[in-house]
Design a protein around this ligand. Structure first.
Ligand code: PEP
Ligand code: MN
Length: 323
């Protein structure tokens, strides 16, 4: 929660600001038709500061989310307007495969390359990624093919290096509640793609975004990737209702990941169409040119050859009403 301070007409704004800083409050001055106001975090006593007329508790638990920009600059792209297509392998498996897939992803018309260098895995015996070395393969391939790069920061130890090389730092579903990581990601100054925790409410998801923005991130893109619900034939349940709600009530860009939601490649195209029709700001799709041999998540990888027709179809679908 935060406090909204209304200032008297003759308040000396610079003195108010200096006094707030002295008390440890990071103040944001708001200029509005109703007069001058300051937004200050809770926990700072502000009532006796000269020039403060009245103090209101803000009704929102996430002031940074509420005033976050509706578009997020990712490399030379803007996310939050026309929907974008992000695609690539689950994991960066080797340099040649990353290069081949990046070439195919660019040729198909996608704008963003995805791929994991540090992979969260349920079993310690599964392939866990090639780490920092793979970050270099991804960056190089993205540059050669004119793509922006999104890749996951799994741990506070890696987030600095990930942020140096990625255009968009991914926080994975398993880490949505990892507050130290959210804060470190926000401090890097790079925009963050925040996946929804598999059992997270929308309110918890927004508060995770608040941690990132409060720590200094220039923007957050929310990514719905399916939640745990009743047992289903799909890996998770794609919660499009919550996506629609976020689009109606909040300004943060929202994208959909049909691969992790469905866990099945035959559902990727229909779920992309649904996301597009809803007016979301993009999709994040796992692709592979040999899904049967993928090191991870092969069952939910769209065969690379099917990406270009899907991209063309989504482009033809155009844009539904976006805010
Ligand atoms: C991923 O994008 O590769 C990933 C691990 O996704 P999630 O965090 O949604 O499971
Ligand atoms: Mn995956």
């Amino acid at each position: 929660m935060s406090q909204l301070l209304r200032l008297t007409a003759d308040a000396d704004i610079e003195r108010v600001r200096a006094e707030l800083l002295r008390r440890g409050a990071d103040a944001e001055m708001l200029e509005g038709a109703a007069g001058r106001a300051v937004l200050v975090r809770d926990g700072v006593d502000v009532r006796d500061i000269p020039g403060v007329d009245s103090v209101l508790r803000s009704a929102t638990a996430h002031p940074c989310v509420d005033r976050a920009p509706a578009t997020v600059a990712v490399g030379t792209l803007e996310i939050g307007g026309q929907p974008v297509l992000m695609a690539g392998p689950c994991a960066a498996e080797d340099e040649a495969t990353v290069e081949r897939l990046a070439a195919g992803v660019a040729q198909a018309g996608a704008q963003v390359l995805r791929g994991g260098a540090h992979k969260p895995r349920t079993s310690p015996y599964s392939f866990r990624g090639h780490g920092d070395e793979a970050l270099g393969w991804l960056r190089g391939a993205a540059d050669r093919h004119g793509l922006a790069l999104v890749t996951e920061a799994l741990d506070v130890r890696h987030v600095g290096r990930v942020a140096e090389l990625a255009d968009l730092v991914q926080i994975g579903s398993r880490n949505m509640h990892n507050q130290p990581l959210l804060i470190e990601a926000g401090r890097t100054g790079k925009p963050v793609l925040l996946k929804r925790g598999a059992a997270a409410t929308v309110a918890e998801w927004l508060l995770a975004a608040e941690h990132i923005l409060d720590a200094g991130a220039p923007g957050v893109v929310l990514c719905e990737r399916g939640i745990r619900a009743l047992p289903q034939p799909t890996r998770n349940t794609l919660d499009l209702g919550s996506v629609a709600w976020l689009l109606a009530h909040h300004s943060l860009p929202v994208i959909v990941d049909p691969s992790h939601a469905a866990g099945r490649r035959e559902l990727i195209a229909p779920l992309c169409r649904a996301a597009w029709a809803l007016g979301c700001h993009g999709v994040l799709v796992e692709v592979h040119d040999d899904p049967a041999r993928a090191a991870s998540d092969g069952a939910q990888a769209l065969p690379l050859a099917e990406l270009a027709p899907l991209a063309a179809e989504l482009k033809a679908l155009g844009q539904t009403r976006r805010r």
